[in-house]
Design a binder for this molecule. Structure first.
Ligand SMILES: [Zn+2]
Ligand SMILES: [Zn+2]
Length: 256
């Protein structure tokens, strides 16, 4: 059986876990150690069951708990070689134990215990940012977040996933009419920003997403520029889609 959880998602912190055969992998560590252990406990897991961390990109809402997590639980962390090379000041500031560092290329693949992970580039203003397609026990879970646009590779990964974690960051009208300064609005809706509800819906359309066979979690939802009403409207053709607002943990399992 494969267990997975959205431990938290949004601008204040992001983390996901996938667990099978007595071992878990984290995708991003955007919360304090205490918060991470609380969130893992809600998913019925302990931090000692986590055997590796994958990092999508070097922004604080995805990496600011990583250093302390590794101090408490020294496990390998995987990060793209481009992310290290192109953001070395940001990376060095995290003061990570680099003996635990494992670099990956994009596209490429990583094997960790029962997990086979395909990596692919996303389009974001933290260079070297990545998405992951995690294969385990015949299932596929794909995470596409923090990307201003999507390409054929992401479409292909999303298409055959049993579980899709897909960014639906903002409603474009709410962003345009909201209180953010013009430069920030431009950043969010830019090619290296975040996916809007409409872009996420278009991706689902492109892959002919099937609600009866596939499970959808909409993630990295903006508190400021999105709402349940806007999401209900944009994703009315996708009943069962789970809107992952900031504070809640989401759990799921995949059985044969
Ligand atoms: Zn983010
Ligand atoms: Zn980001």
């Amino acid at each position: 059986m494969v267990k997975y959880a959205v431990l938290g998602s949004g601008s204040k912190g992001n983390s996901y876990v996938v667990y099978a055969q007595d071992q878990g992998i984290l995708i991003d560590v955007g919360f304090s150690y205490r918060s991470m252990t609380d969130r893992l406990a809600q998913a019925g897991l302990s931090s000692s069951s986590i055997k590796a961390c994958l990092i999508t990109h070097l922004h604080p809402d995805h990496d600011n708990g990583l250093g302390v997590f590794l101090n408490n639980n020294p496990i390998p962390y995987y990060i793209s070689s481009q992310a290290i090379k192109l953001n070395h000041h940001t990376y060095n500031r995290l003061k990570l134990n680099t003996r635990l560092e494992r670099k990956f290329e994009m596209p490429g693949s990583i094997d960790i215990g029962p997990f086979h992970i395909d990596t692919f580039p996303t389009s974001h203003d933290s260079l070297g940012s990545a998405g992951f397609c995690i294969g385990v026990e015949g299932h596929k879970l794909t995470i596409i977040t923090d990307t201003g646009t999507y390409d054929q590779e992401m479409v292909d990964k999303a298409r055959n996933s049993d579980v899709l974690f897909l960014e639906a960051n903002h409603d474009l009208d709410m962003l345009h009419n909201g209180s953010y300064p013009p430069w920030l609005k431009a950043r969010i809706e830019g090619q290296r920003g975040h996916l809007s509800n409409m872009q996420a819906r278009q991706l689902l359309c492109d892959i002919d997403f099937n609600c009866s066979r596939q499970k959808l979690y909409l993630i990295h939802i903006s508190d400021e520029n999105n709402s349940r009403e806007a999401l209900n409207k944009a994703f009315c053709d996708y009943p069962g889609a789970d809107f992952c607002f900031q504070k809640q943990t989401r759990l799921g399992t995949l059985d044969f």
